[in-house]
Design a protein around this ligand. Structure first.
Ligand code: KIV
Length: 287
């Protein structure tokens, strides 16, 4: 079993041109399979709200939701670097609240760092405060779901020269504020490349092209599980949803027909002697 990677390990990988493999997980079982597969970094994203809890957005997700799921992921993947995603309004209100909530990810769920969205002056202040308290922070710019209203919906970002330069400036500000890495979401590949080339810290991408130092996907998208919609940048490596549905449909049919359970295979055994004694007793009780 590979040992849990550290931030110096990731920096070394970037320096040597080795890509970082990053994927979301929200539960014990999925995390276990991800660790077995060699995933190096897991994001317990607030996408939890949409792909696990059934909300239409990430806004309703609470700190308690995040901590419970981070703990489950840590139990499934004890040897993987875990990033805890700070949910909406867990860091916006004040530096004190942001530090306290970030600390919960580390103290209660054994996460290795936290991630937060945005790069405005107030967010940079939070990054300084949290990293100043000794907690490693990953920034997140581009298509940031918690800012969907300001961005005009879930749309690709950085699609003009001005917008791309603005994203580059945001990345610089986050680096200066103390982020150890930045996730860039939903931008053209040339923009991902420009942000990576100006950075002195790891730049990870989700829908940001192939030039970033690593790739993130939402596991439920790439495994063909979440089917409410599928972003353009996702490649599906499997069809877990239809495979599960087929299992459930066969189970329904076999229970209805009586084909399951087969008492010779799916049942606990009793010796012939005890079965005969029991049958005799039941017959006697019936009179
Ligand atoms: O919550 C999440 O999974 C995320 C990704 C969309 C980047 O923040």
């Amino acid at each position: 079993m590979a040992k849990r990677k550290t931030i110096p390990d990731f920096k070394k990988m970037v320096a040597e041109g080795e890509k970082i493999v990053y994927l979301t997980a929200y539960d014990y079982l999925t995390a276990k399979y991800e660790e077995r597969a060699g995933i190096e970094m897991i994001l317990v994203g607030d996408s939890l709200g949409m792909v696990q809890l059934g909300y239409p957005t990430t806004f309703p997700v609470t700190m308690d939701d995040m901590i419970r799921h981070c703990c489950a992921v840590r139990r499934g993947a004890p040897n993987v670097f875990i990033v805890g995603d700070m949910p909406y309004m867990s860091y916006q209100v004040s530096n004190e609240l942001a530090i306290a909530n970030a600390g919960r990810f580390i103290k209660e769920a054994d996460c290795d760092c936290i991630k937060l969205e945005g790069a405005g002056p107030q967010i940079c202040e939070r990054v300084k405060a949290i990293s100043g308290a000794g907690i490693m922070v990953m920034g997140h710019i581009g298509l940031t779901p918690q800012f969907a209203a300001q961005l005009g919906g879930y749309k690709a970002q950085g699609k003009s020269m001005e917008a791309a330069l603005k994203l580059m400036a945001e990345a610089k500000r986050l680096e200066e504020a103390g982020c150890w890495a930045i996730l860039v979401e939903g931008v053209p590949a040339i923009v991902g490349k420009a942000i990576k080339e100006q950075a002195n810290i790891p730049i990870l991408g989700i829908g940001a092209g192939s030039y970033t130092d690593g790739q993130l996907l939402i596991y439920a998208d790439m495994a063909g599980y979440y089917d409410d919609f599928c972003p353009k940048f996702v490649k599906q490596y499997g069809q877990i949803g239809p495979a599960l549905q087929k299992c459930f449909e066969e189970y329904v049919a076999e229970v209805k027909s009586g084909a399951f359970p087969d008492n010779s295979k799916h049942c606990y055994k009793i010796s012939d002697e005890e079965a005969e004694k029991l049958q005799a007793k039941l017959d006697e009780l019936k009179g």
